[in-house]
Every structure is written in structure tokens, then in C-alpha cells.
Write a protein that binds this ligand. Sequence first.
Ligand code: PLP
Length: 461
Amino acid sequence: MHYVSTRGRAPSLGFEDVMLAGLASDGGLYVPAEWPALEPDTLRGLAGAPYQEVAYRVMRPFVDGFADPRFRELIAEAYGGFAHVEVAPLVQIGPGHFLLELFHGPTLAFKDVALQLLGHMFDDVLRRRGERVTVVGATSGDTGAAAIEACRDREAIRIFILHPEGRISEAQRRQMTTVDAANVHNIAIRGTFDDCQALLKGMFNDAGFRREMRLSAVNSINWARVMAQIVYYVYAALQLGGPDRPVRFVVPTGNFGDIYAGYAAARMGLPVERLVVATNRNDLLHRFFGTGEYRSDAVVATQSPSMDIQVASNFERLLFDLCERDGAEVEALMRRFEAEGRFVIGDNRLARARELFLSASVDEAATTETIRRISRETGRLIDPHTAVGVAAAEATGPSPVPTVTLATAHPAKFAEAVMRATGEAPPLPPRIADLYEREEHCAVLPNDLAAVEEHIRQLAA
Ligand SMILES: *Cc1c(COP(=O)(O)O)cnc(C)c1O
């Protein structure tokens, strides 16, 4: 499989190089040169198969460089650590309405599903090539732990995660700092999240440091992450009568990575009736699907912080297809967006997007009310991101086919919002029940690029 850039000017690359590169050299994102087909008979043959087998079948055409038994092993290792044997179980919450629980990984959110596999694949390629990388990242609380859990104990990777000292919750901090692995390094910066991001940018812009440390990132635009997310759409559809009955998916959306994986599944031939983009008050994408205008606004803080975005980085991948894969046109639109904060696509393109996508924006009151109502009706606690999905499913329904709303975080991960809505505190799952007793490992550094670089240099030596 070869991959091309959405901006059309970077060299076409194979899977491993795409995974190691992340972003393309022309600033675009890599996508497969063509979509491999999931034939109906192949899908029927997978009915009842374990998640790992579905994962292998769905991802195999995208991945070259990995020997067959090794690829199966990596999948087994990545998902062996999940707290549920099914990895991504379906549960019913109403007539024809199901939740796909994607939060059984080590950090209780759906990002583990892709990152656990990415960590193993990254490490495997690097070891074969005799290379080592330094993964650096900055977090405002939510995503750092998933990256740390993905990279911990991987021989060819060391990871440094920056967070703003005292500005993330204790639970978020502890999920990162209590990881006891020699290759994991937490750095609390005396500053804000913006300072952390500026330091990160400074490190990548320091060409000497970048080369010396072999800096790398595992961010959400990495194709391998998108690929790993295609699997659970297929897995869920198979349980609800696919490929002989289509399914509607509702996806709590921020950077558009998760729902783009659903789009990829549809392009590969999985019968998907509709994909519903569920946003919180940060409704950039809902407005786009309504009007064809893509325009960023100021970010507002909500109870579903992982969806508080003003730019949906993976959206460029869909745009590429809407522009008939004309990289020059995508580049022109993205340039306009960078310069003016907006662009508009034509009516026929918008109409094509709307054949598959529906959208809804859910405000804070409706999110809280949905958590409360689902608790009352089903006895189940759902997190605010999932609640945005459930409310969007209802706002865009009724659906003529089964609806699957993706449950992207465990309620205990957003306990305060759940508590506020229901009066009930979701218990910590057994695997992290002792989170508050574990020892923390973290350095505290000033908001100073030279100091941070020196610290990393010393620990990486
Ligand atoms: C990251 C995240 C999302 C949004 O996913 P995207 O791929 O960025 O659209 C939704 N819910 C939770 C809990 C997340 O962590």
C-alpha cells in the first residue's frame, strides 16, 4: 500500500515511513492511495470472530513491512492489556440504540485503542532498523497518559511529556506520574499549557536538538492511529447484522480522527447508513456540514474537554476526497484558512458530504440532562463526551437502522461532571483503584527552552 499527501507535493511513501513521519513534508496528511475493499463475503466470514482477528483482517492491506505472524503478535500484545475480553463491547441503552465501549484500555479513553497498537508498531519498526526515537508531547491533562501508556517499556522509544504545573487535575497528573517505567519522563512546567506547547514547538524548531534526540510525536494525525480505529466500526457492525444490514454511527468529535476512521470503513465497503458528527458547543464541524463554511471561532471550555477544539486537524483528509483528491485545491483551501480563518466549499461538494454525514451540536445543559436521563433509564453512568454522542443521536434520529454511539471515555475519568448530573460518583475501575496511593515521578522545570532541552539530553543519554 502506498500513501499520498493531501497537499499533493510530498513524496508517496510506504506504511512504515508514513507512521514514522506523522505529518507529510508539504504540510499535508497521508492517506492511502486507494481504499482496499472489504468484500461482503470476507465480512460474513468474520462474524463472531474475536476483536484481534477482525483487527488483523481490516488492517493487513494497509500495513507492509511487518511479517505476518509478527503483526498478529503485535495486535495480541496491544489488546491483551484491555480490561474487557471483547476489547470494544457493545451494550444496549434503548430500542435499536447501542453504546460501543471504547474505554477499557489503560487510561480509560478511546485513544488507547489506537495508541496501544501504535506504540508496539513504532517500537517494532525502530528495532528492526536499529534506531531509537525520543517522543515528546505536551498535554493539558487529557491525552498525555494515553501516549505514556503507549510508549512505556518500549525499548526503542523514550517519552517526555510536558504538563503545566498545578493546572491539571490530580487524577490526570497521577495517571501520568505514577507510571513506573525507565523510559517514561514527566516534566511539570512552571507555566501554562500554551507555554508547554510553545516549548514543544521550540524543540522541534531547534534543528540541532531535533536531530540529536531524533524527536518524534505520536499525535492524532498519524495515519496508523486512524487505521487502528477503523477496526471497531467493522467489529460493531458485524454484531448488528453487517454486512447485510447497515448501521448508523454517532461519534463524539473533536479533531475528526475517530469519525474519519468510520468514513474509511464506509469507503472500504462496510455498509454505513450515516455517520453523525456530534460536537459540543465548539461546533465548527456542525456549522460546516450545515453551511459548507469552515470557520474557526474562539474555543469555549466545556465538560467534554477532549472535544474543545477550534481546528479539526484530520478534517483535511475528508476535504481531500471532497475535492476529488486534488492536492493543489486542498492546499489552497488550507492556506486560505490559515490566512483568513475560514473557507467555503461549493454546493455540490457539500451535498456529497451530506449523503453520508449528519451533524448536531449539543450544549452543556443538554449534556448534563442526558447523563441524568440515561442513568435513570438504564442505571448506567456515561461520561460527558459519550453524552454528547447520545444527545446527538436523538437530535438527528430516528434512524431506520441500528444506531451505535461511540462511548469514548469511562465515566470515572470525568467523575465531577457525572457527579453533578446524577449525584453519584462513578467508582474507579479496579485496575486504577490504587491510583492515589502510588508513588509519583516528575521533574519540575522553569518555562525555559534551554533548561528543558538540557534536562532531556541528560536523561536520554
Ligand atoms: C479525543 C477524544 C474525542 C474526540 O476524538 P477525535 O478523534 O479528536 O474527533 C472524543 N472523546 C474523548 C473522550 C476523547 O479523548
